[in-house]
Each structure stands twice: as structure tokens, then as C-alpha cells.
Design a protein around this ligand. Sequence first.
Ligand code: UD1
Ligand code: UDP
Length: 362
Amino acid sequence: MKIGIILGTRPEIIKMAGIITLCENEGLDYFVLHTGQHYSYNMDRAIYQDLKLPDPRYNLKIGSSTHAQNTAAILEKAESVLQKEMPDIVLVEGDTNTVLAGALAASKLKIKVGHVEAGLRSDDPNMPEEMNRILTDHISHLLFCPTALARERLIKEKVDPGRIYLTGNTIVDAVNRNIGFALKKSRILQRLKLGKKKYFLITAHRQENVDNKKTLSSILASLETLYNRYNWPVIYPVHPRTDKMIRKFKIRIPSAIKVIDPVNYFDFLNLEASAGAILTDSGGIQEEACILKVPCITLRENTERPETLKEGSNILAGTDPERILRSVEVMLGRKANWDNPFGDGKTGENILKIIQDQFISS
Ligand code: UD1
Ligand code: UDP
């Protein structure tokens, strides 16, 4: 049995790392195809190095362009690799253009697709990721859902229940595996002169937020308000998309905000775990905040991770400064005694076992 793993962005590397390591340790016949959607050192190599992953067998180096160009380039180039390798199954993770194009390339060659993190829905058709998730789910042969809620969504959409598996989310595997080392080895708190639980950590990169001058300015203004109210440092590792848009819109970053480049995974885990609160529009960071028991304020009107709202680890704050401030107050007043709804950290093992059972018995 041969497994093809397709990935291309920072969160996919982090969430696929456990599965890759297991394939490697168990001597399975597998290969990794990196699309090159993310390529900057701190979005790709730095993460690869922390997670001690072997180099991918293929890198398509597609780089950045429009959605259609990116998706089409991956589709075309991935097809050649898949034709050559002809794996029994292709695994993709999440909701990026890499995921949709990789799944589609496999599906057209009649290669089975396994979707890790299946069944997430924001119900927001304006998000490019929502389209990617829906389409990928509906061309997948095996759907690995992180939670019962995700499973229910798929059943509602008439996906064959026999294809759906409740496995948890591999982000728990990633956090459990790396948090101890990160807390011991990372020196980022000393480097940035941060006191534990006495700073805010921010990330924002969603297209709907940062490609709009008014919305991006509003988020930045809210961070200044936050600093004035709490007098805690505001640490903002800026995603390259956001960096590009700040320059394009010529937005002045308030001096209260400490802007840094994206950091490696160990430093980021340490920054998250030690933060007083996290403000974000990232999907993976909503999950990690919940797992690490750090209050999360989501700078969006919806989330495809409603489990975090139900558990109480997260609140939707949108992008209006007043509402963000109120949401921070609410979250800082909550006890961080919520449960982690994303599984026990054995998701990678569960997924590989399901795949092996399928192919050994078929
Ligand atoms: C992509 C995913 C998004 C995911 C995010 C994770 C899609 C549609 N979006 O968004 O779901 O949450 O990755 O971080 O697939 N850039 C660099 N260096 C890089 C990568 C990007 O400079 O290594 C810059 C380029 O200017 C590029 C822009 O960031 O145009 C956007 O990159 P792109 O991969 O298109 O989307 P992301 O915003 O990263
Ligand atoms: N992350 C990181 N360094 C950073 C910011 C984030 O290692 O400077 C990690 C973070 O721990 C999480 C993942 O990147 O696991 C989230 O990626 P991102 O927010 O880019 O994507 P999303 O999850 O929204 O798709």
C-alpha cells in the first residue's frame, strides 16, 4: 500500500507532521508532495526544521498568484507526480487551495482521497476556504472528522456515513508532542522581554480581514485601544499576506504594537501558552488556544470551530474595536477550565490504522 501526502502551507505542515513521522518510523511506503504554496523561510523551512521532518520527495514550487492560477498550477503539476507514483490513497489536510487542487488531481486519476479535518463549516460563502472544504469533502473517499459536530455536518450533506470516521484533530498530536520541548527550549519570552500571562498575542491573515483597508485598520486600532486599557505588550507576528497589505495600504502601525516576523513553531507554542489572551482569525490558533487553556478572541463573525465557543475557550468578536475590547474583558473574566474537544492526541495513529485496515481488507 502506498500513501501520497499532499501539503503546501504552514498549518498543513504542522497538522500532517505526526502522520509523516509515523509513516517514516513504521517504514511505510509513502511520499510527500509539497506544492510550494508557502515558501518563505519562516512559513515553511523553519517549521519543517522544528518538527524534524524529512524533506518532501517533490516540491512543485508554485509560489503565490491568484486563487485560480494557484489552484490550476497545483492541479496540473500534481497530476504528473501522481501519475508517476500512483499511490493507493492521497491524504490532504484542511481547506487551502493546495487541499482542493491536490484532492481533485487525485480524484480525476481515480486515486482515493482521504480528507484530514473533514466536515468543518463556517457557513460563510465569502471565505475561499469554505468552498475548498465543501468540494474536498464531496470528492473524498475517507473523511476524518475531528469532532462529532463535523461528522453531523457531513451526514446532513448526504455524505455516505460509511466513509466518515471520527478521529480527532491532528493539532492535538502536534501540541502534545511539541509543547514540553517548546517551553523548555524557546527563549522568545526573554528575547521580547515578556512576563508570563502579561501580554496579548495577535495573529490576523484572513483574506476577508486583511485585504480590506478599513477592516485591517480597525483591527490595528483595536490593538492600540487594548494596550491603552491593559498596558500589556501586544505581540503581533505578521503573516506575509498581512505584511503585503499593510505596505500596499500604507497603514501606520500604532507604536503600541510590537510587530515581528512569523516565528518558528516552538517559539509560537511558547508565545501562545504564556499569553494572557490570544486574538486571532486563524483556524489552527483557535484550536491551539483551546488545547493550551489560553483565552481566545476570534476576530471574525463566524467560525468553523464552533466547539471552542461551546466549550467557552473562544468568543467571536468581529473587527470593531469596542466589541473586541468587550470580548477581551469577557474572556479574561472566564476560568480556563474548559475541555479540549479535539481528541486525545492519537489522531495520526487512528487515521493510519483506518487506512491500513481499508487497504489490507480490500
Ligand atoms: C493560505 C490559505 C489559508 C490558510 C493560510 C495559512 C488558501 C486559499 N488560503 O492563505 O486558508 O489559513 O494559507 O497561513 O489556500 N506569501 C509569502 N510567502 C509565503 C506565502 C505567502 O510572501 O511563503 C504572501 C504572498 O504575497 C502571497 C500572500 O502571502 O500572495 C498570500 O499567500 P496565499 O498562499 O495565497 O494565501 P494565504 O493568505 O497564505
Ligand atoms: N504558527 C507558527 N508561527 C507563527 C504563527 C503561527 O508556527 O508565527 C503556527 C500556529 O502554531 C498554528 C499554525 O501556525 O499551528 C496556524 O497557521 P495559520 O494561522 O497560518 O493558518 P490557519 O490555521 O488559519 O489555516
